[in-house]
Design a protein. Structure first.
Length: 578
């Protein structure tokens, strides 16, 4: 009987994880190649096959290598190792040749995305087990339900980027930190060191873990509670002893960090596999700026690999381009950009439950878990780092915050469900979760909650990676096939060419460097335009925004995944750069 009960208890989490995996794979199959994925796949392949770390050092290699494993193991996949663009270190051209010219784009992309889905499923399992320990089975099941239908985690858990990789390793590192704050043991220190270092090798945003871990350990050392050591009953009671332990833990983190980072770069200082191979600075503006920032320091300072130092320099010198926010193009970063994006992109139920939980804690009707600063400080530090960064991009850079929101929401649901009114609230929020997710799926990248206007109106707030990253082009092709449209006027933010898409199009100017003529004329027919273009983001020039904004006042004949709008144009379309 107890065996059967144990099996039944495992059924809900297994079903929810299976649901997430199935939906994530469906979304991965639906989405076409997004803008950044070719760079990650080509870079990971070059690292594994050739030991070449030159391509895009703005990301550490761990997740890139992970996503490229299936392609490297396939002997039929060819990399343009003798092509002149590769030898010159031109990442964009090399990525295009690798994915679109020499191999099957869809095959390589899907394999890489499935590797990221595995990481996302691992994150879901971590959320369930961690919440189970913190708040019990009801909270853990509620948290896993919210995770399974969380569109941001699903979107970036089915794309070849570094965001899900850092979210998983960030969460694992914080989980180990929380346990170490309760009891110091050798296995926990080992787990903390490994997970902390893996997060640093996943994405540079994990650098926020350094001040977060320092602050949490300082809180633990200066607090009144004794610090348990091992399982023998030993304790550190004095602040001096606890401070020494905290300092020792930071030393352990540094040792693991150095070992893992050097290992991730093949225990080699140079980025290039052979002397004399150049680094491209013409196709990568950030690379050129980091080159200037690093200067001659690389020649004498070799504590870390060249690729990691250059990547960190890119992070520090990242230029704030013109970006779109709340109806207009902006040039200066806004400190409140990330909080607002977090508010409009997070599902309503998740926000509501997390807020209710905070209120219950403030009213002392709910108790915080032991060592709670270890759960709060790291995600809060990441958010503050984004606000202070001076660069406004997308919610994906805050993805490691979402697991903590999910766990807090699950714990709140477990408290509310104890009362009749609370059960009604939880049921209503659960239904709302399903509704909002259904409105977004399968284009979960373009999800927005209902209070912000929903996914159909998300471009009023932000575009690019939060709304339109080129993911809707497969959907556009299906629409053209279903409606017998043989050729279309195309103004979409996409990495792909017509040959890759399998369509015929007349390309309209989308980026500033597309204007090699003054006037363009296009025959009547259909116009497909992505919201990043309609809102002027891709043009990066306020003077060019009127080129497309008139279509925002027209009713589209079709909407593809909320990110592409199709219009019927009955007259000759003239595009003029004023």
């Amino acid at each position: 009987m107890s065996y059967c009960r144990s099996r039944l208890r495992r059924l809900p989490p297994a079903l929810l994880l299976g649901l997430f995996a199935a939906l994530a794979v469906g979304s991965a199959r639906w989405m076409s190649c997004t803008w950044d994925e070719p760079y990650h796949l080509s870079s990971g392949h070059a690292i594994l096959q050739l030991g070449d770390y030159r391509f895009g050092p703005n990301h550490p290699p761990l997740v890139r290598v992970w996503s490229s494993l299936p392609n490297v193991l396939d002997p039929d996949v060819r990399f343009p190792a003798t092509d002149e663009f590769y030898l010159q270190g031109k990442q964009r051209s090399t990525a295009f040749i690798f994915l679109a010219a020499q191999n099957s784009l869809d095959q390589l992309l899907l394999r890489g995305r499935l590797m990221i889905v595995l990481l996302a499923v691992g994150l879901g399992l971590l959320i369930y087990l961690w919440t189970l320990r913190l708040s019990g089975v009801v909270a853990a099941t509620a948290a896993l339900f919210l995770f399974a239908l969380e569109p941001n985690l699903m979107a970036h858990g089915s794309l070849v980027t570094t965001d899900m990789g850092v979210t998983l390793t960030f969460s694992l590192a914080v989980c180990c930190l929380w346990q170490v704050c309760r009891r110091i043991t050798a296995p926990l220190l080992l787990g903390l060191g490994v997970c902390f270092a893996l997060a640093q090798a996943a994405k540079f945003s994990a650098l926020a873990l350094w001040p977060a871990a320092g602050a949490v350990l300082a809180w633990r050392a200066l607090g009144r509670e004794p610090w348990e050591i091992g399982h023998t009953g030993s304790r550190l009671a004095g602040r001096l002893g606890k401070s020494a332990a905290a300092a020792g833990i930071m030393v352990v983190l540094m040792v693991f960090f150095l070992a893992v980072i050097w290992g991730a770069y093949g225990f080699r200082y140079e980025m290039a596999p052979r002397p004399g191979m150049p680094y491209d600075t013409t196709q990568d503006e950030e690379f050129a700026l980091s080159d200037q920032a690093v200067g001659g320091a690389l020649a004498s300072f070799r504590l870390l690999p060249e690729g990691y130092v250059r990547g960190a320099a890119q992070l520090l010198t990242w230029p704030q381009r013109t970006f779109y926010f709340a109806g207009s193009l902006r040039d200066k970063a806004l400190w409140y950009f990330y909080p607002v994006v977090l508010l409009v992109k997070t599902p309503t139920a998740l926000l509501a439950l997390a807020t209710i939980g905070a209120v219950l804690v403030a009213l002392r009707r709910a108790r915080l878990p032991d060592s709670w600063p270890a759960l709060v400080v790291p995600p809060a530090t990441l958010l503050l780092a984004g606000m202070a960064s001076g660069v406004n991009t997308g919610v994906r850079h805050l993805l490691p915050v979402f697991p903590f929101l999910v766990m807090a929401a699950g714990a709140t649901a477990a408290i509310l469900i104890k009362s009749k009114r609370g059960r009604v609230v939880v049921a209503a929020l659960g239904l709302l979760t399903v509704v909002e997710f259904t409105m977004a799926y399968p284009d979960v990248l373009a999800s927005f909650n209902l209070p912000s206007g929903g996914p159909s109106r998300g471009d009023r707030w932000v575009v690019d990676t939060d709304m339109d990253w080129g993911q809707g082009m497969k959907g556009l092709k299906r629409w053209m096939d279903d409606n017998g449209v043989g050729e279309i006027n195309l103004a979409c933010h996409t990495f792909l060419s017509d040959g890759d898409l399998g369509i015929r199009s007349r390309r309209l100017p989308v980026y500033s460097n597309d204007f090699w003529r003054v006037d363009y004329e296009y025959p009547p027919g259909y116009l497909a335009a992505s919201v990043s273009v309609l809102r002027g983001y891709t043009l990066q020039d306020r003077e060019q925004v009127p080129l497309y904004e008139r279509f925002l006042r027209q009713r589209p004949v079709a909407v593809i995944g909320n990110s592409i709008r199709v219009y019927r144009v009955d007259e000759t379309l003239r595009i003029r750069r004023e």
